[in-house]
Design a protein around this ligand. Structure first.
Ligand code: PEP
Ligand code: MN
Length: 358
C-alpha cells in the first residue's frame, strides 16, 4: 500500500468517525426527548424490556466482522451513556457537592467557626468517666484558648463487655463542665431515639465511624438544628462517605463536618491507616468542612504530632485528638490518649507549626 493510499483510508476513517459522532448526538437528542416525556408521565426511565428489544434487533441485523458480544458491549455502553444523560439533576449533583454549592459551608458552633479558613482544634477525652476528669481537660483546653471539647458519653465498643459510657449522665457532666468553663460540647449519639434528649446537652452531634451508614440515625440528625460531625466508616469509600453526608443534608441540615479518622487496611503499624489525601478530595468534591482525627487514625501517641502537621498542611479545617488527665487509668483508648503535659506540648508545637504555614 502506498503512503497515499494509506492516507486515503485514514481520511475515510475520520469521515466515518464524524458520521458516528453525528449519529450518536442525534440519538442522544431523541433519548432526551423520551426522557422528558417519561418524566412528565412519572414513568421510570430505565426500561430493560425495551433495551432487550433494541439489542435483539441490532444483533439480528448484525453480520459484520465484529463478534456479536463485542457489538452487544458497544451498544450497551451507548445505552448506559444515554441513560446517564436522562438522570435527574439531583443524581448528577448531590446537595453536598461543590457542583450544587460552590462556596464553602461554614459550620457555626456557638460562634466558633469551622470551615472559614481558620484551622481549629477539637480536643477532649475518649470517654466521659466523671466530672473531675472532664473538668481537668476543659481547664487545660481553656488555657490553650480552645473551646471545642469532645467526649464520648455513649461509647460504641467492639466488645459488649467493655465500658459502654455513662450515657445521659455523661452528657450532663459534659454540659455542666462546658457551661462552667465556657466550652462547646461534641459528643457521639449512637441511636436515633437518643437524639432528641441529647439536644439539651450537646452543641455538635457526632455520628461515629461504626454508624456512618446507620441511615435512620443519619436521617434523624438531618432533621435537627444542630451541627453534625460525621466520621468516615471503618471501611467506607469516599463515595460512601459523601453519600452518608447526603443523607443528612437531604433532610435539611447542612451543618455537617466530615471527619477522616483512618480506614482499615492490611497495615498493622497503626491502628487504622490515615487516608490523608481524602482531605483534599473531600474538599474538592464537597462544600463541607473536613477535619482529621489523629488519635483514632493512628492509635499511637508518637504519631499524633506528625499526622496533625500533615492534616494542617493539607488544608484540614480542624484536628481532633484525645486528652485524658491520667490516660493509664482511662476506661477506653488508654494507650493513645495524651496526658495534659503532652497535650500542652502538642498544642504549643502545633501552634508554632501553624504560624509557619500561614
Ligand atoms: C470517637 O471519636 O470517640 C470514636 C469512637 O471514634 P470513631 O467513631 O472514629 O471510631
Ligand atoms: Mn477514643
Amino acid at each position: 500500500m502506498t503512503a497515499n493510499e494509506l492516507q486515503e483510508l485514514r481520511n475515510k476513517i475520520d469521515e466515518v468517525n464524524l458520521q458516528i459522532l453525528t449519529l450518536l448526538n442525534e440519538r442522544a437528542e431523541i433519548v432526551q426527548e423520551i426522557g422528558e416525556n417519561k418524566e412528565k408521565q412519572g414513568v421510570v426511565r430505565f426500561d430493560p424490556v425495551r433495551e432487550r428489544q433494541a439489542l435483539d434487533l441490532i444483533l439480528e441485523k448484525h453480520d459484520g466482522p465484529f463478534e456479536s458480544s463485542t457489538i452487544q458491549h458497544l451498544f450497551k455502553e451507548i445505552f448506559k451513556a444515554s441513560l446517564e444523560l436522562q438522570e435527574d439533576d439531583h443524581k448528577k449533583a448531590l446537595l453536598v457537592s461543590r457542583k450544587a454549592r460552590p462556596e464553602n459551608t461554614i459550620v457555626d458552633v456557638n460562634d466558633e467557626k469551622i470551615g472559614n479558613g481558620e484551622q481549629q482544634f477539637i480536643m477532649g477525652p475518649c470517654a466521659v468517666e466523671g466530672y473531675d476528669q472532664v473538668k481537668a481537660v476543659a481547664i487545660a483546653m481553656k488555657e490553650q484558648g480552645l473551646t471545642l471539647m469532645r467526649g464520648g458519653a455513649f461509647k460504641p465498643r467492639t466488645s459488649p463487655y467493655d465500658f459502654q459510657g455513662l450515657g445521659i449522665e455523661g452528657l450532663q457532666i459534659l454540659r455542666k463542665v462546658a457551661d462552667e468553663v465556657g466550652m462547646s460540647v461534641i459528643s457521639e449519639i449512637l441511636s436515633p431515639e437518643d437524639v432528641e434528649e441529647a439536644l439539651d446537652y450537646v452543641d455538635v452531634i457526632q455520628v461515629g465511624a461504626r454508624n456512618m451508614q446507620n441511615f435512620e440515625l443519619l436521617k434523624t440528625v438531618g432533621r435537627v438544628k444542630k451541627p453534625v460531625l460525621l466520621k468516615r466508616g471503618l471501611s467506607a469509600t469516599i463515595d460512601e462517605f459523601i453519600n452518608a453526608a447526603e443523607y443528612i443534608i437531604s433532610q435539611g441540615n447542612d451543618q455537617i463536618i466530615l471527619c477522616e479518622r483512618g480506614i482499615r487496611t492490611y497495615e498493622k503499624a497503626t491502628r487504622n491507616t490515615l487516608d490523608i489525601s481524602a482531605v483534599p478530595v473531600l474538599k474538592k468534591e464537597t462544600h463541607l468542612p473536613v477535619i482529621v482525627d489523629v488519635t483514632h487514625s493512628t492509635g499511637r501517641k508518637d504519631l499524633l504530632f506528625p499526622t496533625a502537621k500533615a492534616a494542617l498542611a493539607i488544608g484540614a479545617d480542624a484536628v481532633m485528638a484525645e486528652v485524658h488527665p491520667d490516660p493509664a487509668v482511662a476506661l477506653s483508648d488508654s494507650a493513645q490518649q495524651m496526658n495534659i503535659p503532652e497535650f500542652n506540648e502538642f498544642m504549643n508545637d502545633l501552634k508554632e507549626f501553624k504560624g509557619k504555614l500561614a
